[in-house]
Design a protein around this ligand. Structure first.
Ligand SMILES: Nc1ncnc2c1ncn2[C@@H]1O[C@H](COP(=O)(O)OP(=O)(O)OP(=O)(O)O)[C@@H](O)[C@H]1O
Ligand SMILES: [Mg+2]
Length: 311
């Protein structure tokens, strides 16, 4: 397999630590992200997907754990210069294309923000040329540069958000539910644009989503989160063919398929954490049931999963 671009090691993000309202939003999560891949991250609302992304990119300081980017800990002590370097290499695209663009800024200035911060152009002309090129890269045109966000549709705004992220020539982009707020008819266009850009620029994505339907289409591998824990991580096909954790099975059972026969018999499987029947002595951890297919489980479950794995 390819080179590890990021290694997330025992990452924890606890909000209000030590207080009665403490939330373990990310609770000892470890995984790698390979250069050039798309890693999907799914799970229900509040399970910690955004917090994972935001902590990786250092929008939040980690409570504990490490995030290695090209082998260097993003969360270690850093000079301003080093921090700037990471900020440039890791960018984020947000869910709400309405809230994430400053309504009082012209599109050219929104897109050029990173160019200005990182001094990536030596003249106004170069800055303008870069903005025009970026607009075209995301399927807009240079006439859009002098307009304001409210003059654009949701899909177009998301394209502006993508252009803004691309402006600093990043290696890694976290897309936090980039299509959830868009019309279904526009979703595929934005996903296809992201796929094309990935191929063209060798980008690595962490693609966060609520449900598994669109994620399968874009992801090489998928991680499933439940209450701050990563409970399953596998290549996309393997996750669909052999969903092992009962929570993953529940998520999959929620996806409608364009097959009337299947739909007639489809039953939403509810996840009940009590099914595991864990003891205090169970050594719960991520275990590799098949090559590249990890499940958070006890040793006893591990043996059951191995036995039921469909080759
Ligand atoms: N800044 C914060 N302060 C305190 N608690 C927070 C903060 N941000 C998130 N949380 C809590 O952490 C948990 C994880 O939230 P997070 O936003 O990461 O979930 P999510 O999986 O992205 O959900 P969604 O699908 O709704 O976006 C939730 O319980 C949330 O209430
Ligand atoms: Mg979120």
């Amino acid at each position: 397999m390819a080179e590890k671009l990021l290694e997330i090691k025992n990452l924890k993000q606890y909000f209000n630590p030590g207080k009665p309202n403490m939330v373990k939003a990310v609770d000892d999560v470890s995984f790698d992200i390979y250069r050039g891949e798309t890693l999907g991250l799914v799970g229900e609302s509040g399970c910690g997907k955004s917090t994972t992304g935001r902590t990786i990119i250092r929008l939040y300081d980690a409570t504990d754990g490490k995030v290695l980017f090209e082998g260097e800990n993003v969360h270690g002590r850093k000079s301003r210069k080093e921090l700037k370097k990471f900020n440039r290499k890791m960018q984020m695209i947000f869910q709400d294309p309405y809230a994430s663009l400053n309504p009082r800024m012209m599109v050219k200035d929104i897109i050029a923000e990173g160019i200005d911060i990182h001094n990536l152009s030596s003249s106004d002309k170069e800055r303008t040329d870069k903005v025009h090129e970026l607009l075209e890269t995301v399927g807009l045109n240079k006439d859009h540069a002098n307009r304001y966000p409210h003059e654009f549709s949701g899909g177009q705004r998301q394209r502006i958000g993508i252009a803004r992220a691309l402006a600093v020539d990043p290696d890694f982009i976290i897309a936090d539910e980039p299509i959830s707020a868009l019309d279904v008819s526009i979703q595929a266009q934005v996903v296809n644009l992201m796929k094309d850009l990935q191929k063209e620029k060798g980008l690595t994505y962490l693609f966060i989503a609520h449900d598994l339907s669109m994620v399968k289409y874009i992801s090489d591998r998928i991680g499933v989160m439940y209450f701050g824990k990563l409970v399953e991580l596998a290549p996309s096909d393997a996750l669909y063919k052999n969903p092992l954790h009962p929570y993953t099975q529940s998520l999959l059972s929620a996806i409608p398929l364009p097959d009337p026969e299947y739909e007639r018999t489809r039953r939403r499987k509810e996840y009940d954490p009590a099914v595991h029947n864990y003891n205090d002595t169970d050594d719960l951890q991520m275990r590799e049931v098949a090559p590249g297919h990890f499940v958070y489980c006890s040793d006893k479950e591990f043996k059951q999963y191995q036995a039921q794995y469909k080759k």
